[in-house]
Every structure is written in structure tokens, then in C-alpha cells.
Design a protein around this ligand. Sequence first.
Ligand SMILES: [Zn+2]
Length: 338
Amino acid sequence: MGQRTKTPRAELHTHLGAAVDPVIMWTIAHRQGIRLPVKDYWDFEELITMGADEKNKGVDDMDKKYYHLTELIQSSPEAIEEAVHSVIGGGYRKCNLVLQELRFSPMKRNRTGERDLDFIMLAALWGMRRAMVEYPQVTAGLIVAMDRSFTPAQNAITIEKAIKYASDGIVGIDICGPDRDDFSMKDHAPLFARARKAGLGLTIHSGETGNLEELRYVVRHIKPERIGHGIACIQDKKLMADIVKQGIVLELCPTSNLRNSVVKDVEELRTIIRTLIDHKVRFTINTDGPEMYRTSVLKEEEFLLANDIMSEKELAQCTKWAFEATFIKTKDGKKVRK
Ligand SMILES: [Zn+2]
């Protein structure tokens, strides 16, 4: 192992629907008797992962093409337990992730109400605990995600479940899903406030695409500790200054942004990252889903180095920020640090 491989790493932004090894997904699907659209394993792997030459037209396209199937396969207590377990162990084996926060939307894994949300949550937590016993070097926590496709009333149920299991390993909440005309961040502000009061960390997917107005609202009114992506802020110096002032950390996912056509090319990615560094915005390097994008935090770092986007020193700083920005706390309420 090279020195870079041995560096202890933290990943804060991974979606369960994009993080499970296709081999495990294939077995889970068959064990549950799910009728798959393909009969050859290699076609299945092709279906739920993206090669370097593949691109989605946008975040909505990605959601429909990939997540629909992976979320269906993970929609039972047995499936989600195996899925979560595999991601925590896999992260440690593949790139020495000694701290991992993994996010998922329970309401997208209950087969539209057929499954009980409590059992989905408990099974996910049990999968995580099992992995932490097998890999005692690893600390992990789950982030429960609301979704833009649900109503505030539906998302409120998700938040209540997150609060209920906060002491069992749910460390934060998020809201995911592509932009939708009928979605209102403002209508969700009370839910974020309620979760914060209950001691959960807040991260919000915003500013991944160009919705600058929503990002401004999130930064100035909801004030989460972290923002998923948030890269649209480079268009607004005042907004970047507010992000810095409030100590908000951005969770960047470079390969994901390129594959989903959120960022046009490497040149644009360089401009975004250099602008963030120039304006002292703190950020972390993540995969968004290591298996779907066939990457890892280590590969993301190597990609940024190889393309002269970031230096070794800057990457080490991002790793440090990731350990500092985690929502995972020790029993005495302090943040976990390695
Ligand atoms: Zn994401």
C-alpha cells in the first residue's frame, strides 16, 4: 500500500442507493424474488453503474435511470441491513474510510407504504452496527433524507422517525431529489428547525444545479452546518462570504457532478474549486455514491491531483475539515475526531 492509500479518510456524502457493490445488489435482488429487467449479471452491473464515458442529461435523468431500481432492491429490512453493512465495510477496505456518514430516504424504501418505516430504520441501524463490530476502526452514522418529491406532511413523518432513532445512530437529516416546481424549501424550514432542536445535524442538497435563490434561502434562513454540493455559490461573492461567516462546510462530489452534467468539464470543475479556495469556503471531497460512479474518495483525490485542480496540501486540509464537520458524536457529546 502506498502512503496515500493508508491515510485515514472520512466520507460525509454518500447515498445508499448509489453505494452498494453491484454483486451484493444482484444477490439481494434475487433473494427477494425481484424480477429484474436483465438476466445477465454484466448487464445488471452496466445498468446500475456509470462508466467514464457515460453521462446523464441531468440530476432528474440520473434519479429515474438508476435510483428507481436500486431503491426498489433495497426496500425491505433484510435488504437494507445487508446494503448498509456492505457500504461501511467496503469504504474501510477500499480507501481506509475510518469515518463514514451514509444517507438514505426511508420513505423511498418502504414500497409506498407496504413496509414499516420503523423496521426499515432499525434494520439499517443494525447493518451499520454489525459493520462497526467487524471493523472496529470505523465510526459510522446514518443521515435520514427527506425528498423533494414528497409533501411537507410526508417529510414530517421521516423527521419524526429520525428523531426517534437519534440515540441509536441517526446523526443528521437531509433533503434530496432533483429540483421540482412544486417544491418549497420554505415549507420545510420548520422540519429542519425541529430536527436541529432534537440534536440532529443538518445538511441540505442545494446549489447542485443553478438554483441560486434556493441556495441563498438555505444559507440565510435554514443555516445548516453543511450543504450537499452548494457549488452554485461561486456565482455570488456575498453568498460565499455568508457561507464562510456561518461556518458552513460544502460536501463536494466532483465525479458525480461531471457524470450528471451539472459541471460541463474538468475546466469548469477547476474554476469552481479554485473559486471556493480563493474565497476561503471550506469543503470536503466525497463520492455521492462510490459504486454508481465507480469511484472512491481516494480516486476522487487522485483525479483532482492528476488534473492540477488541487494540491496534496489542500486535499489534506479537506480531509481534516471532513473529520471536523462530522455529525457523529462520542457518548459524552463531543465530535468524533481521528
Ligand atoms: Zn448527493
